[in-house]
Design a protein around this ligand. Structure first.
Ligand code: CUA
Length: 340
Protein backbone atom coordinates (compact mmCIF):
# COMPACT_ATOMS: atom_id res chain seq x y z
CA UNK A 1 0.00 0.00 0.00
CA UNK A 2 2.79 2.37 1.00
CA UNK A 3 4.64 1.69 -2.26
CA UNK A 4 1.46 2.37 -4.25
CA UNK A 5 0.77 5.63 -2.43
CA UNK A 6 4.41 6.70 -2.82
CA UNK A 7 4.32 5.88 -6.55
CA UNK A 8 1.20 8.01 -7.02
CA UNK A 9 2.54 10.93 -4.99
CA UNK A 10 6.04 10.88 -6.47
CA UNK A 11 4.96 10.58 -10.12
CA UNK A 12 2.34 13.30 -9.67
CA UNK A 13 4.67 15.96 -8.31
CA UNK A 14 7.53 17.90 -9.83
CA UNK A 15 7.93 21.54 -8.99
CA UNK A 16 9.98 22.26 -12.12
CA UNK A 17 8.06 20.10 -14.64
CA UNK A 18 8.25 21.80 -18.05
CA UNK A 19 4.90 20.44 -19.24
CA UNK A 20 2.49 21.33 -16.47
CA UNK A 21 -1.02 22.46 -17.35
CA UNK A 22 -1.17 23.64 -13.72
CA UNK A 23 1.39 26.32 -14.57
CA UNK A 24 -0.29 28.19 -17.44
CA UNK A 25 1.83 30.67 -19.40
CA UNK A 26 -0.78 32.21 -21.69
CA UNK A 27 -4.42 33.32 -21.80
CA UNK A 28 -5.88 30.10 -23.28
CA UNK A 29 -4.08 27.80 -20.86
CA UNK A 30 -5.14 30.19 -18.08
CA UNK A 31 -8.81 30.01 -19.12
CA UNK A 32 -8.61 26.21 -18.91
CA UNK A 33 -6.84 26.40 -15.58
CA UNK A 34 -9.43 28.84 -14.22
CA UNK A 35 -12.11 26.38 -15.27
CA UNK A 36 -10.30 23.34 -13.95
CA UNK A 37 -9.68 24.59 -10.42
CA UNK A 38 -13.33 25.38 -9.40
CA UNK A 39 -14.51 22.13 -11.03
CA UNK A 40 -11.93 20.22 -9.01
CA UNK A 41 -13.23 21.87 -5.83
CA UNK A 42 -16.85 21.09 -6.72
CA UNK A 43 -15.86 17.48 -7.50
CA UNK A 44 -13.91 17.30 -4.24
CA UNK A 45 -16.92 18.53 -2.25
CA UNK A 46 -19.19 15.96 -3.93
CA UNK A 47 -16.61 13.23 -3.26
CA UNK A 48 -16.28 14.13 0.41
CA UNK A 49 -20.07 14.25 0.96
CA UNK A 50 -20.80 10.99 -0.91
CA UNK A 51 -17.88 9.07 0.59
CA UNK A 52 -18.69 10.52 4.03
CA UNK A 53 -22.26 9.21 3.86
CA UNK A 54 -21.03 5.80 2.67
CA UNK A 55 -18.41 5.50 5.42
CA UNK A 56 -20.96 6.65 8.02
CA UNK A 57 -23.52 4.08 6.83
CA UNK A 58 -20.99 1.27 6.67
CA UNK A 59 -19.86 1.89 10.23
CA UNK A 60 -23.24 2.63 11.78
CA UNK A 61 -25.03 -0.35 10.23
CA UNK A 62 -22.19 -2.85 10.16
CA UNK A 63 -22.86 -6.40 11.27
CA UNK A 64 -22.42 -6.66 15.06
CA UNK A 65 -20.76 -9.53 16.88
CA UNK A 66 -24.07 -10.50 18.54
CA UNK A 67 -25.99 -10.49 15.24
CA UNK A 68 -26.86 -14.08 14.44
CA UNK A 69 -28.73 -13.13 11.24
CA UNK A 70 -31.98 -14.52 12.59
CA UNK A 71 -33.76 -11.17 12.72
CA UNK A 72 -33.89 -9.13 9.50
CA UNK A 73 -33.96 -5.34 9.74
CA UNK A 74 -37.15 -3.58 8.67
CA UNK A 75 -37.39 -3.92 4.86
CA UNK A 76 -38.15 -0.85 2.77
CA UNK A 77 -38.47 -0.10 -0.93
CA UNK A 78 -37.70 3.24 -2.53
CA UNK A 79 -37.75 6.75 -1.18
CA UNK A 80 -39.26 9.19 -3.64
CA UNK A 81 -37.92 12.31 -1.94
CA UNK A 82 -34.34 11.00 -1.87
CA UNK A 83 -34.53 9.76 -5.45
CA UNK A 84 -35.78 13.11 -6.72
CA UNK A 85 -33.07 14.80 -4.66
CA UNK A 86 -30.17 12.76 -6.00
CA UNK A 87 -31.43 13.21 -9.53
CA UNK A 88 -31.87 16.97 -9.37
CA UNK A 89 -28.78 17.82 -7.32
CA UNK A 90 -26.20 16.36 -9.75
CA UNK A 91 -28.09 18.00 -12.64
CA UNK A 92 -27.74 21.35 -10.85
CA UNK A 93 -24.03 20.73 -10.20
CA UNK A 94 -23.46 19.85 -13.89
CA UNK A 95 -25.51 22.89 -14.90
CA UNK A 96 -23.22 25.05 -12.77
CA UNK A 97 -20.13 23.49 -14.37
CA UNK A 98 -21.66 24.13 -17.81
CA UNK A 99 -22.16 27.82 -16.99
CA UNK A 100 -18.40 28.13 -16.47
CA UNK A 101 -17.46 25.81 -19.35
CA UNK A 102 -19.48 27.12 -22.28
CA UNK A 103 -17.79 30.54 -22.58
CA UNK A 104 -14.38 28.82 -22.55
CA UNK A 105 -15.46 26.49 -25.37
CA UNK A 106 -16.32 29.52 -27.47
CA UNK A 107 -13.13 31.34 -26.49
CA UNK A 108 -10.94 28.39 -27.51
CA UNK A 109 -12.77 27.87 -30.79
CA UNK A 110 -12.57 31.45 -32.01
CA UNK A 111 -10.69 32.18 -35.23
CA UNK A 112 -9.26 35.67 -34.74
CA UNK A 113 -8.48 37.15 -38.16
CA UNK A 114 -5.54 39.21 -36.90
CA UNK A 115 -3.74 36.17 -35.45
CA UNK A 116 -0.55 34.72 -36.87
CA UNK A 117 -1.67 31.80 -39.04
CA UNK A 118 0.37 28.59 -38.99
CA UNK A 119 -0.48 25.25 -40.62
CA UNK A 120 0.65 22.28 -38.56
CA UNK A 121 1.10 18.84 -40.10
CA UNK A 122 1.35 15.94 -37.68
CA UNK A 123 3.13 12.93 -39.12
CA UNK A 124 5.12 9.88 -38.06
CA UNK A 125 6.86 11.09 -35.88
CA UNK A 126 7.45 14.81 -36.12
CA UNK A 127 5.67 18.12 -36.60
CA UNK A 128 5.83 20.25 -39.75
CA UNK A 129 4.95 23.98 -39.64
CA UNK A 130 4.07 26.21 -42.60
CA UNK A 131 3.66 29.97 -42.20
CA UNK A 132 1.94 31.53 -45.21
CA UNK A 133 2.90 34.97 -46.43
CA UNK A 134 1.80 37.47 -43.74
CA UNK A 135 3.43 40.89 -44.17
CA UNK A 136 1.97 42.14 -40.87
CA UNK A 137 4.21 39.57 -39.17
CA UNK A 138 7.19 40.25 -41.43
CA UNK A 139 6.68 37.14 -43.55
CA UNK A 140 6.93 38.44 -47.10
CA UNK A 141 8.47 35.51 -48.96
CA UNK A 142 6.08 34.11 -51.57
CA UNK A 143 6.34 30.54 -50.29
CA UNK A 144 6.25 31.64 -46.65
CA UNK A 145 8.29 29.82 -44.02
CA UNK A 146 8.50 26.06 -43.57
CA UNK A 147 10.09 24.49 -40.54
CA UNK A 148 9.79 21.47 -38.26
CA UNK A 149 9.43 20.44 -34.62
CA UNK A 150 10.11 23.92 -33.20
CA UNK A 151 7.15 26.26 -33.55
CA UNK A 152 8.31 29.88 -33.35
CA UNK A 153 5.77 32.50 -32.33
CA UNK A 154 5.78 36.14 -31.22
CA UNK A 155 5.07 36.41 -27.47
CA UNK A 156 1.91 38.24 -26.47
CA UNK A 157 0.18 37.56 -29.78
CA UNK A 158 -2.51 35.07 -30.64
CA UNK A 159 -1.48 32.29 -32.99
CA UNK A 160 -4.10 30.39 -34.96
CA UNK A 161 -3.01 26.85 -35.80
CA UNK A 162 -4.64 24.79 -38.53
CA UNK A 163 -3.94 21.17 -37.68
CA UNK A 164 -3.89 18.32 -40.19
CA UNK A 165 -2.31 14.89 -40.31
CA UNK A 166 -0.68 13.14 -43.24
CA UNK A 167 -1.07 9.63 -41.80
CA UNK A 168 -2.70 8.67 -38.49
CA UNK A 169 -4.31 10.54 -35.59
CA UNK A 170 -1.94 12.63 -33.50
CA UNK A 171 -2.67 15.27 -30.89
CA UNK A 172 -0.98 18.64 -30.56
CA UNK A 173 -0.25 19.58 -26.97
CA UNK A 174 1.81 22.38 -25.48
CA UNK A 175 0.37 22.20 -21.95
CA UNK A 176 1.46 25.62 -20.67
CA UNK A 177 -0.09 27.36 -23.70
CA UNK A 178 -3.34 25.46 -24.32
CA UNK A 179 -4.99 22.06 -24.00
CA UNK A 180 -4.82 19.19 -26.47
CA UNK A 181 -6.29 19.19 -29.94
CA UNK A 182 -6.57 16.05 -32.03
CA UNK A 183 -4.81 16.08 -35.39
CA UNK A 184 -6.83 13.90 -37.74
CA UNK A 185 -6.09 12.81 -41.33
CA UNK A 186 -8.57 14.22 -43.82
CA UNK A 187 -9.75 16.89 -41.40
CA UNK A 188 -8.64 20.34 -40.46
CA UNK A 189 -8.85 21.45 -36.84
CA UNK A 190 -8.35 24.91 -35.45
CA UNK A 191 -6.36 25.63 -32.31
CA UNK A 192 -5.12 28.78 -30.60
CA UNK A 193 -1.86 29.42 -28.79
CA UNK A 194 -0.51 32.42 -27.00
CA UNK A 195 2.43 32.89 -24.65
CA UNK A 196 2.52 35.90 -22.30
CA UNK A 197 6.30 35.99 -22.14
CA UNK A 198 9.18 35.00 -24.40
CA UNK A 199 10.46 31.55 -23.58
CA UNK A 200 10.57 27.92 -24.63
CA UNK A 201 7.50 25.81 -23.93
CA UNK A 202 7.73 22.03 -24.17
CA UNK A 203 5.02 19.87 -25.67
CA UNK A 204 4.41 16.52 -27.27
CA UNK A 205 2.05 14.39 -29.28
CA UNK A 206 -0.73 13.30 -26.93
CA UNK A 207 -2.45 10.59 -28.97
CA UNK A 208 -0.91 7.15 -29.38
CA UNK A 209 0.18 7.08 -33.02
CA UNK A 210 2.65 4.21 -33.31
CA UNK A 211 6.10 2.98 -32.33
CA UNK A 212 7.63 6.39 -31.72
CA UNK A 213 4.62 8.16 -30.25
CA UNK A 214 6.66 8.87 -27.12
CA UNK A 215 9.39 10.37 -29.33
CA UNK A 216 7.10 12.88 -31.03
CA UNK A 217 7.99 15.93 -29.01
CA UNK A 218 7.64 19.57 -29.90
CA UNK A 219 8.82 22.94 -28.69
CA UNK A 220 7.13 26.30 -28.87
CA UNK A 221 9.65 29.14 -28.92
CA UNK A 222 8.05 32.50 -28.07
CA UNK A 223 10.10 35.55 -29.06
CA UNK A 224 10.18 39.17 -27.97
CA UNK A 225 9.64 41.58 -30.91
CA UNK A 226 13.34 41.82 -31.80
CA UNK A 227 13.81 38.05 -31.53
CA UNK A 228 10.79 37.48 -33.76
CA UNK A 229 12.06 39.87 -36.44
CA UNK A 230 15.48 38.20 -36.34
CA UNK A 231 13.99 34.73 -36.66
CA UNK A 232 11.74 35.71 -39.57
CA UNK A 233 14.67 37.41 -41.28
CA UNK A 234 16.87 34.34 -40.82
CA UNK A 235 14.17 32.02 -42.16
CA UNK A 236 13.75 34.15 -45.28
CA UNK A 237 17.45 34.35 -46.03
CA UNK A 238 18.40 32.69 -49.30
CA UNK A 239 20.66 29.71 -48.52
CA UNK A 240 23.97 29.60 -50.38
CA UNK A 241 25.19 26.46 -52.07
CA UNK A 242 28.69 25.52 -50.90
CA UNK A 243 31.26 25.59 -53.71
CA UNK A 244 34.31 23.92 -52.20
CA UNK A 245 35.61 21.54 -49.55
CA UNK A 246 33.71 19.06 -47.41
CA UNK A 247 30.47 21.06 -47.56
CA UNK A 248 30.48 20.95 -51.39
CA UNK A 249 31.11 17.21 -51.33
CA UNK A 250 28.27 16.85 -48.84
CA UNK A 251 26.04 18.94 -51.08
CA UNK A 252 26.62 16.47 -53.94
CA UNK A 253 26.14 13.48 -51.62
CA UNK A 254 22.81 14.91 -50.51
CA UNK A 255 21.48 14.12 -53.99
CA UNK A 256 23.56 10.98 -54.65
CA UNK A 257 22.47 9.27 -51.43
CA UNK A 258 18.82 10.07 -52.04
CA UNK A 259 18.38 12.61 -49.23
CA UNK A 260 16.94 15.12 -51.71
CA UNK A 261 14.27 12.60 -52.68
CA UNK A 262 12.47 13.39 -49.44
CA UNK A 263 14.09 16.46 -47.86
CA UNK A 264 13.53 19.80 -49.51
CA UNK A 265 16.20 22.52 -49.43
CA UNK A 266 14.82 25.72 -50.93
CA UNK A 267 16.78 27.01 -53.89
CA UNK A 268 18.82 23.79 -54.22
CA UNK A 269 16.67 20.73 -53.87
CA UNK A 270 13.09 21.68 -54.55
CA UNK A 271 11.71 18.48 -56.08
CA UNK A 272 10.99 15.72 -53.63
CA UNK A 273 9.84 12.42 -55.11
CA UNK A 274 6.03 12.31 -55.28
CA UNK A 275 5.87 8.97 -53.44
CA UNK A 276 8.45 9.86 -50.82
CA UNK A 277 7.51 9.77 -47.16
CA UNK A 278 7.10 13.29 -45.84
CA UNK A 279 10.33 14.59 -44.36
CA UNK A 280 11.30 17.89 -42.74
CA UNK A 281 12.31 20.79 -44.95
CA UNK A 282 16.00 21.31 -44.17
CA UNK A 283 16.48 24.80 -45.68
CA UNK A 284 17.28 26.34 -42.28
CA UNK A 285 18.00 23.15 -40.37
CA UNK A 286 20.61 24.68 -38.09
CA UNK A 287 18.27 27.46 -37.02
CA UNK A 288 16.74 24.73 -34.85
CA UNK A 289 18.03 23.19 -31.63
CA UNK A 290 16.55 19.74 -31.97
CA UNK A 291 15.69 17.23 -34.68
CA UNK A 292 13.85 13.94 -35.32
CA UNK A 293 10.73 14.85 -33.36
CA UNK A 294 12.83 17.05 -31.09
CA UNK A 295 14.36 14.09 -29.26
CA UNK A 296 17.97 14.79 -30.30
CA UNK A 297 20.09 17.85 -29.66
CA UNK A 298 21.07 19.40 -32.98
CA UNK A 299 23.98 21.20 -31.34
CA UNK A 300 25.56 17.88 -30.47
CA UNK A 301 27.41 16.70 -33.56
CA UNK A 302 27.53 13.13 -32.23
CA UNK A 303 23.73 12.95 -32.24
CA UNK A 304 23.51 13.96 -35.90
CA UNK A 305 26.28 11.59 -36.95
CA UNK A 306 24.65 8.73 -35.05
CA UNK A 307 21.40 9.59 -36.85
CA UNK A 308 23.08 9.47 -40.27
CA UNK A 309 24.62 6.11 -39.38
CA UNK A 310 21.26 4.69 -38.35
CA UNK A 311 17.99 6.64 -38.51
CA UNK A 312 16.30 3.62 -36.95
CA UNK A 313 17.80 4.66 -33.62
CA UNK A 314 14.43 6.34 -33.38
CA UNK A 315 12.06 3.39 -33.68
CA UNK A 316 9.67 3.58 -36.62
CA UNK A 317 11.52 6.43 -38.32
CA UNK A 318 10.56 6.62 -42.00
CA UNK A 319 14.01 7.81 -42.99
CA UNK A 320 15.93 5.34 -45.14
CA UNK A 321 19.55 5.91 -46.04
CA UNK A 322 22.06 3.38 -47.31
CA UNK A 323 25.27 2.65 -45.46
CA UNK A 324 27.48 5.75 -45.38
CA UNK A 325 31.21 5.79 -44.78
CA UNK A 326 32.50 7.96 -41.95
CA UNK A 327 33.99 10.32 -44.54
CA UNK A 328 30.61 10.65 -46.24
CA UNK A 329 28.99 11.35 -42.89
CA UNK A 330 31.55 14.09 -42.21
CA UNK A 331 30.90 15.62 -45.63
CA UNK A 332 27.13 15.48 -45.24
CA UNK A 333 27.43 17.04 -41.80
CA UNK A 334 29.61 19.81 -43.24
CA UNK A 335 26.88 20.56 -45.79
CA UNK A 336 23.99 20.38 -43.31
CA UNK A 337 25.84 22.79 -41.04
CA UNK A 338 25.70 25.43 -43.78
CA UNK A 339 21.89 25.28 -43.68
CA UNK A 340 21.25 27.86 -41.00
CU1 CUA B 1 1.90 11.38 -32.94
CU2 CUA B 1 1.53 10.23 -30.89
Amino acid sequence: MLALVMALVVTGCASDAPQSALDPAGPFARSLHNLFIPVVWVATAVFVVVEGVIVYAVIKWRRRADDDGEVLPAQMHGNTKLEIGWTILPALVLGLVAIFTIPVIFELNAKPADALQVSVAGQKYWWGYTYGTQPQFGITQANGIVTANELHIPAGQTVNLTLTSTDVIHSFWAPRLNGKRDVVPGRSHNWLLEADQPGVYAGQCAEFCGTSHANMLLKVVAHDPVGWTDWVEQMQREPLEPVSGAAARGFALFAQKGCSGCHQVDGSYEMVAPDSPSAPNLTHLFSRDCFAGCIYDLNDRNEMEAWLRNPQRKAGSLMVVGALTEDEIDDLYAYLETLE
